[in-house]
Ligand binder design. Sequence first.
Ligand SMILES: Cc1cc2nc3c(=O)[nH]c(=O)nc-3n(C[C@H](O)[C@H](O)[C@H](O)COP(=O)(O)O)c2cc1C
Length: 293
Amino acid sequence: MIDISIDKEKCIKCGACIRDCITYSIERDENGFASITDKNNSNCISCQHCFAICPVGAISVNNISPEEVLGSNFPNSEDVLNLIRSRRSIRQFEDEEISSETWEKIKEMLPYIPTGCNYNGLHFSIIKSKHCMDRIREYVNAKILKLISNKYTKNYAGKFVKFKKAFENNEDIIFRNSPHMIIVSSDIKAPCASVDPIIALSYIELYAQSLGLGTCWCGFAQACFKLMPELSNMTNIPNNYKPVYVMLIGKPAVKYIRITKPNEFSISELNEINDTKLNIIQKLRRILLNFVC
Ligand SMILES: Cc1cc2nc3c(=O)[nH]c(=O)nc-3n(C[C@H](O)[C@H](O)[C@H](O)COP(=O)(O)O)c2cc1C
């Protein structure tokens, strides 16, 4: 909940804050000035769009005046595209921890990550010390090896079975010897609980790589959180939070010299709406597809 105040001495009645407020928490008063209608903040989602958009800085939030914050500033699109194109999944890391200053930079970025309805129901478990990472690594790898070595339990280990040799050779195919990882969990009540962590990790990935760090989305580790509920406890995930995805992070031990030529995605560019009617089978198929994944 935030405290919004509007300085009527400064307000120029432009209505920008009113038009941009999705919860109708601001209206014009009888003299045309912007005025908070939602006094109890019951609908306000604390997005601060009113604060960000006001051309004359008439709005303050939580007693922070517009003069105290930075003006918005976009990098040029070529730099952004280059970052997206140059980012690689890093699977070879230096045996070295990330510095505290770099962690601080990452933590400073986190609050800027958008969440559905601005609910902010995310928890970031940052495995900061390498010895914690090593304990998780040893625990998980031993458990997976045990599962896949037993004919009665190997089916639970799913895709790990085909890497039996690697597990027996003590290769860390799950965590790639990374010194750290970040697990992002969602409050199960969050309106966009399955999507928010993915957005968060996308932001983390790009920002981390711009800081010279290596990252790797880790579906293998995510599968381990499903297989081993005790991992949620070991990594301090709060009760009622679900671990959604995992990213390995550390200093890269490799450098990629060139960008790749990736496969293309399927794209529909619509200038007309497809008006053909679905028959019942097609309709059911669409409905079912919407429920898978
Ligand atoms: C959702 C997701 C899960 C992934 N899981 C793993 C993983 O468990 N282990 C791994 O080595 N790479 C993993 N990757 C990395 C992909 O294999 C990688 O993105 C792909 O090979 C293309 O390489 P690039 O990211 O360098 O372009 C994952 C990527 C995504 C997006």
